[in-house]
Design a protein. Sequence first.
Length: 379
Amino acid sequence: METPVSEPLIACPAVLALELAPGEAPARLELTRDEAQALAGLMADDLRDLLPGVEASRFAVAGALFDGVELLRPGFPVFATLDELARRIPRVTTQGGVVAFGTHEGHMPAQPLVPDPRYAGGPMRLVPWMLLAPAEGADDLAQAMERELAAKGEAGPRTADFLMRTLGIRLEHARYLTRDDLLALTCVQYEHVNLAPLWTMLEAALLTPYKEETALGSRGLPLHYAGGRVSVPGVAGWFAREGTQRGNAAHELAGTLFELRQYAALLAAHHVPLHLEGDAASSAGYLVEAVAEADPALPAPQLYAHEAAGLGMAAVTVAQPAPGKARVLAHGFPLEPNALAPMLEALASRYRTEPAVHTLGRMLLDEHGGLTAPAPSVH
């Protein structure tokens, strides 16, 4: 596979999707340079059978196993890095136009090609590859990839056997997919688990980052994509104004916060920042919703933790004790387990109080459905 070096090349990105047998996990996530070259040779043989005329293109493979969230990030950094490295290789050093990248002395040639072990537990691993096609035939090749890989893109037995022996795993399937196929598959997966609004945000970030997009969470929380980030309104204020409060309002708010944590985790995995509307700073695993300034005539603010089943500390309210009704200054929402301590420190510093937390044992709401704090007893 090769093309004259003087012709412009168009990248056609794709993956080899490895569906692991139940209970299986690869012994490692990276291949050595020799292993990657051997795999690339086997994959090239498969593609010659699937895509007649593919020899006119350069074929590049990253010898690493990724999760889908690592490949579907703004700018597609894994594919962009593979593209850049493949174009640097002089034509005379390639073997039949096949270029592969693996570890040398334990290191991949570029950081974006290093899989993150935090995402290694899924049932599917993805090996990125691409064809660098001459511009005049790139559209036809891309269409052939979409058509042929979807219809009969199963990897050959030699390719699957090499992967199983090299990585010490059993595979249910090994199949070639275009990057668009991967996008469509991920969309279906997220919709299946009731995360369609999140996919709307991710799709905008991946494919049309210059446009704005809006969606509503399954509980009505507005989501807004713009400028590379997803924003949500102040959750407590929105819930008191517009949230669903039928029956048990505290239960409804807890459900909204659970959904928000799901969104936050997946957005973080896809490297799309989440923040509050009007807050220029992206979250560091938590959101802080400011409500009011402290009243110097009242006692020092204190921190109150709202708790809910399945969430632990669902929210923390900063409030000043006041006769009749506490003066609420802010709410903090931890979105990641390791974000609670830094959030408490940030709230204590910002509102000049002690980081000690008064646990309420429940979600405490006022008559409007707003998060609140207990008022001191009047004697």
